[in-house]
Design a protein around this ligand. Structure first.
Ligand code: DLZ
Length: 160
């Protein structure tokens, strides 16, 4: 598994630009709320740790991961942002829903990156079960939200 040997919360601050003058959008899916709140905390705390101002972190909620694309699209259109983080958690169920939601969400966010000048970071966990999701949203493998925040800062600077 890609993250088994990597702690998602570890970053070298000396390689991360200061985020003081950057404005971030964070769109959070409400499905699997325990997990997405953990991811949001990880992202929020890393942005602040790297210099971002609280007022420059705009959070919107959407019902599920499938709605992340539209939420990010509207945020880009209405806020003056340097980067957006899309946060979701899709957990394998008994139907094919998992595959459709994962693929539509990944495609939608990829399309936004192609179409718009604002980078959209993919902070969507796609796990077989809740335990795997917990391990990557503040558990033994760290927090994917932290990793996403660092990616957002680096991409925001790249986009300037
Ligand atoms: C319907 C659904 C299912 C079964 N599972 C998840 C999930 O694990 N994670 C998630 O973020 N959303 C899920 N959803 C909801 C869809 O993303 C979407 O909100 C609904 O299909 C309404 O469009």
């Amino acid at each position: 598994m890609a993250t088994a040997n990597k702690n998602l919360s570890v970053y070298d601050k000396t390689t991360v630009p200061n985020a003081k003058n950057l404005k971030f959008g964070v769109v959070v899916a409400e499905w699997n709320e325990e997990i997405t709140e953990g991811l949001f905390s990880g992202a929020h705390d890393a942005l602040i740790d790297c210099g971002a101002l609280e007022n420059n972190i705009i959070r919107w909620n959407v019902p599920g991961s499938f709605e992340l694309t539209f939420g990010c699209k509207k945020m880009i259109a209405t806020q003056e942002l340097d980067a957006v983080i899309a946060i979701g958690s899709v957990i394998q169920g008994e139907t094919k829903h998992f595959d459709f939601v994962c693929s539509a969400t990944a495609q939608g966010i990829k399309d936004l990156n192609v179409q718009s000048d604002i980078p959209v970071i993919f902070c969507v966990l796609t796990d077989n079960n809740m335990q795997q999701a917990r391990e990557r949203s503040g558990g033994k493998h760290g927090n994917k939200g932290t990793e996403a925040a660092i990616a957002a800062i680096k991409m925001a600077i790249l986009g300037q």
